[in-house]
Design a protein around this ligand. Structure first.
Ligand code: GUN
Length: 283
């Protein structure tokens, strides 16, 4: 039987509608959630993410400002902007779009953001809190994935989750969140020997490597839940995931598509974190 498709775009839309009501109520209390996005250079992929963020914020009623800086921006200039945004009480959330140009130390920038405004959940303090199961900002893509799994009431306790990819943004934190949900987690990556033997054991398979169609049916255990985080552009200019959707959907129990899968959820969780930042800062 073909897998049930988990449409992130539909779930994202219903969450955004609920957030819109929440923001309306906050506005009645005199609070206006505000997000500042900093974009350096003009990488087309980054531009497209950023425009998706603006659209979601507009719909929900979050005030979102985009600051665009040239590719030649220095680390000092960016640090000084972050310091200004940290001090600005009208700014609830700060997001610096990654990747950054070579002359800027990415980690120094992440660590300069006030953890109370770290809506990306990338600051070491946020990561440490997540690791120890404390209340914090969760990184948006992993948070979106867990929300998608919960929306289908997929039981994670005692399940074997296998992660393909070990990025700081997706692979590492999604494994941690699945562990917090009592799954047994295996990380695989480019140096893993016999990856297929491991992915074939997964009850939940999360793929985030950026290689179009890499995960074919042969990598998947019948009945597995398959989450595709890959966003790859085909020669024809369309988007495609890391999972070979058509072959894998024949064996999986649930599968996420690309597009309309994890992507819209990432943006939605950013909005959720921004509202949370606003509420926490005004307690
Ligand atoms: N680049 C790709 N994904 C992300 C993200 O979630 N946050 C930031 N800041 N940059 C990104």
């Amino acid at each position: 039987m073909a897998a049930e498709v988990i449409y992130g775009d539909q779930l994202a839309q219903s969450l955004r509608e609920a957030m819109k009501e929440e923001v309306t109520a906050l506005k009645e209390e005199g609070l206006q959630p505000r997000l500042v996005v900093v974009l350096i250079g003009d990488d087309p992929a980054s531009r497209s993410y950023v425009s998706g963020k603006q659209k979601a914020a507009d719909f929900i009623g979050i005030d979102s400002e985009l600051i665009t800086l040239p590719d030649s921006t220095t680390e000092e200039a960016l640090l000084s902007l972050i310091s200004k945004l940290n001090q600005d009480q009208s700014v609830n959330g700060i997001l610096v779009q990654l990747p950054l140009p070579k002359q800027i130390n990415e980690q120094a920038i992440i660590e300069a953001i006030d953890p109370s405004k770290d809506v990306d959940g990338f600051h070491p303090i946020s990561i440490g809190r997540m690791l120890t199961g404390q209340e914090t900002f969760l990184p948006c893509t992993p948070f979106g994935i867990i929300t998608m799994l919960k929306s289908k009431e997929i039981d994670l306790e005692g399940k074997h989750a296998v992660i393909v990819g070990r990025s700081n943004i997706v692979g590492k934190p999604v494994g941690q969140l699945l562990l917090n949900e009592h799954a047994t987690v295996t990380y695989t990556h480019s140096r893993t020997k016999d990856m297929q033997a491991l992915t074939k054991k997964a009850d939940v398979l999360v793929v985030a490597v950026g290689r179009a169609g890499m995960i074919t049916q042969e990598y998947v255990k019948p009945g597995a839940v398959v989450i595709d985080v890959g966003v790859n552009r085909t020669e024809a200019g369309t988007l495609t995931g890391d999972v070979d959707f058509e072959s894998v959907r024949e064996v999986a129990s649930y599968i996420t598509p690309v597009p309309k899968g994890v992507g819209p959820m990432t943006i939605t969780m950013l909005m959720k974190n921004t509202i949370k930042a606003c509420v926490n800062q005004n307690k």
